[in-house]
Design a protein around this ligand. Structure first.
Ligand SMILES: Cc1ncc(COP(=O)(O)O)c(C=O)c1O
Length: 406
């Protein structure tokens, strides 16, 4: 990651195709667009690449989640179980449809702990939303079983894990619906954009309308379209879709590079016995956007992070525990229900309750975790140098630390 590292002729050609006609909107203007339908083409390419029956592009991964939640019928009075480690967009989408995000513990997969999900189920639970963080995946067999047993919907936030597979199926295509983000830092990018995938025709039709003000897209022109339900404007533009179309053609190339670079870095860090790695439910299916690794204690991890900073090599190594955007510890705005528009009483009550919810199990995982972003443009020599610098930093910190023998 990310795909922008490889922008080139293909991206320029697709963008120029759109600029030549000047039709940068995805709907209408049939004659003027001269047969160029980039958003439609990208939706078809997504279906083909990931084996999904339907795909609906949107303006972002966040709006893809909002669209999917609405199309699945989730709203006021419903609870959505999701992990305490994700990007803020996941709970933003849940709040935006009027539902309550119920945040629960993660484990060393860095995704939902199935036991924590079981414990969080109430009569109001409508949906489980695993987030396939940092290129890998949640334990989808367990989560599917839970959903089937309790008749819950499964919505996969696969915004960070395009191309990852779980038991030979692409993440994002396994639940009732799944989403991708194509923002600037993702494995393939539209600049901004997102997609909902689903195998359910009814859900797809709802996504199609909801993301375009409720248009049913059946009229002879846009003015003649009907509006069977309310919608919003979460449309992608043709320019954004064109960029994504160029990028999706190169996804397999990007994934192969990620896997190779990830394997080389992992083999260097594996030489230190105190370093352990994230548990991956299907190791073969990892999209390898990040290498996530653990140190034995928070104290050691903090010292390693400080030392990486001192040596000016921290960039690209993420200590999520201190990050304001990815872990509940720093989501004060959420825990204070600091919303500009008034939240509904169920949401307010649930968010304030988060202030006293015990996330010690997640803290124990997150305070020892560092994720190293895998670049597409690293040379073997650069990975060797990077890996050895990180390894030497860890060794230096460990040599100054007393580790009790357990
Ligand atoms: C897990 C997760 N969900 C949702 C999103 C939202 O995607 P976007 O930035 O396209 O709105 C992101 C973006 O980083 C993400 O990481």
């Amino acid at each position: 990651m990310p795909g922008f590292e490889f922008f080139g002729d293909l991206e320029r050609k697709e963008l120029n195709d759109v600029l030549e006609t000047g039709i940068v909107m995805r709907y209408g203007f049939d004659a003027a667009r001269k047969g160029r339908w980039k958003a439609k083409e990208l939706e078809e390419a997504i279906c083909k690449a990931f084996g999904s029956r339907y795909a609906q592009l949107t303006s972002s991964g966040t709006s893809a989640l909002t669209t999917a939640l609405s199309a699945l019928g989730i709203g006021y009075g419903d609870e959505v179980i999701m992990p305490a480690f994700t990007f803020v967009a996941s709970f933003e989408a849940v709040l935006s449809v009027g539902a309550v995000p119920v945040l629960v513990d993660i484990d060393e997969t860095l995704t939902l702990n199935p036991d924590a999900v079981r414990k969080a189920i109430t009569p109001k639970t409508k949906c489980v939303m695993p987030v396939h963080m940092c290129g890998s995946m949640a334990d989808l067999d367990e989560l599917k079983q839970i959903c089937e047993k309790h008749k819950l919907l499964l919505l996969e936030d696969a915004c960070q894990s395009i191309g990852a597979k779980y038991k030979d199926k692409y993440v994002g295509t396994i639940g009732d619906a799944g989403t991708f983000s194509f923002d600037f830092v993702k494995t393939i990018t539209c600049g901004e954009g997102g997609a909902v995938m689903t195998n359910n025709e009814d859900v797809y039709i709802k996504c199609d309308g909801y993301s375009d003000h409720g248009h049913d897209h059946k009229g002879v022109d846009r003015g003649a379209d009907l509006h069977p339900f309310l919608g919003y404007n979460f449309r992608i533009s043709e320019l954004h879709a064109a960029l994504g179309l160029a990028q999706i053609k190169r996804l397999n190339e990007f994934l192969a590079i990620q896997k190779k670079n990830h394997a080389q870095l992992k083999s260097i860090l594996s030489e230190i016995p105190e370093i352990t790695f994230r548990i991956i439910p299907d190791e073969e299916g990892d999209s390898c956007t990040f290498l996530s690794w653990f140190l034995p204690t928070e104290e050691i991890t903090r010292s390693v992070v400080s030392e990486l900073r001192v040596q000016n090599i921290l960039a690209g190594n993420f200590y999520w525990y201190d990050n304001n955007w990815h872990y509940i510890r720093k989501w004060d705005h959420l825990k204070n229900a600091a919303s500009l528009n008034r939240l509904n009483p169920l949401q307010q009550e649930a968010l304030i309750k988060l202030q006293s919810t015990n996330f010690s199990a997640s803290n124990e995982v997150m305070n020892r975790c560092i994720s190293t972003a895998i670049s597409l443009v690293w040379s073997e020599e650069q990975i060797k140098e990077k890996g050895e610098k990180i390894a030497n930093t860890v060794k230096k910190v460990l040599s100054n630390t007393y580790l009790p023998v357990l």
